[in-house]
Ligand binder design. Sequence first.
Ligand SMILES: [Fe+2]
Ligand SMILES: [Fe+2]
Length: 340
Amino acid sequence: MAAADKKASIADALDEQYYQINLDILESFSKYRPPLNLYRFKEDVARVLPYCKAGERLSNEQVEQLATMVDEGFVFVSRADHPVYVKHISFQLDLVLVDKNLHETEIADIFTQALTRRLGEFFTQPVPMVFAKLWTDMMVLTEYLYHDPNRIRALSRRLHQEHNLANHSFNCGVMGLAVHIKAHSKQYEAGDVKRKYLDHLTAGLFLHDLGMSKIPAFMLEKDKPLTGEDRGKVQRHTQLGYEMLAKLDLRFPEVEECVTDHHERLNGSGYPQKKQAQALGPLGRLCALVDSYCAMTVKRPFAPAMEPGKAAAQLAQDAGYDPEFSRILQALVMLQSKPK
Ligand SMILES: [Fe+2]
Ligand SMILES: [Fe+2]
């Protein structure tokens, strides 16, 4: 059997229990103290045996030996260590693009963890340096989706249930992408969607509420819907967000549209400008729909979580939202409610 075939058959046989790791992954570990239990495939006994324990100090010889074995495809980590592995990769998200051994659902876990953490860091400290890391990770996601847009499905099954700004932003990003991809599936199949467009709309969906990071937390945690003056202050978040984009030098129309228009409604009942349908573009409409859906379906301080099917049906009957996007959202939610 050729060496490459042998490696492939070993990997297939072990796939269920172990991740085979490659040099990129090995190099992402602390060199002398790998953060996970490592296993080696021993050819003479045709079995996977423990090689070193998580955090154990390796000698120089072991470090060299390990690199050679990894190169030969003989080193594995256990899928039982999935949570530790997911966390490790989530800090260097671009590794998901080179790791051929992770399942789609495992990659979805990693994206969920990485993007939610980056969003949280950025909302706590909305400065260019922190934003750069979030941007890098969002672009890893678009690279991943651009190769196969259907990969969004596994992500859309991982929406957060707890309400906070980072979770909400992640949920809206993922649901917005799911609806967008479904609405443009033919264009994606034909290769007619530009990568830059996907990049910018992704950023717009994840960042639509960035202005909320300037609103004091106590105002958002009140257990009643806001009224009067407080409501006016919170409603300023679209304008605040727009101003933040300028400071971040993020001047893409797709991002601006999501930030400024996600509370506008087709029938003119939204804010801040009470725009009418003809003044609202596709991304503002899309973001408005998923923003409402993601808000309705999690428990908030003043409202219980609504069942996804009910929320989607309610939005589909609301003249404030784009009927085509609402129809697609309803179909997606129905699919999700079926067993995997
Ligand atoms: Fe908002
Ligand atoms: Fe929102």
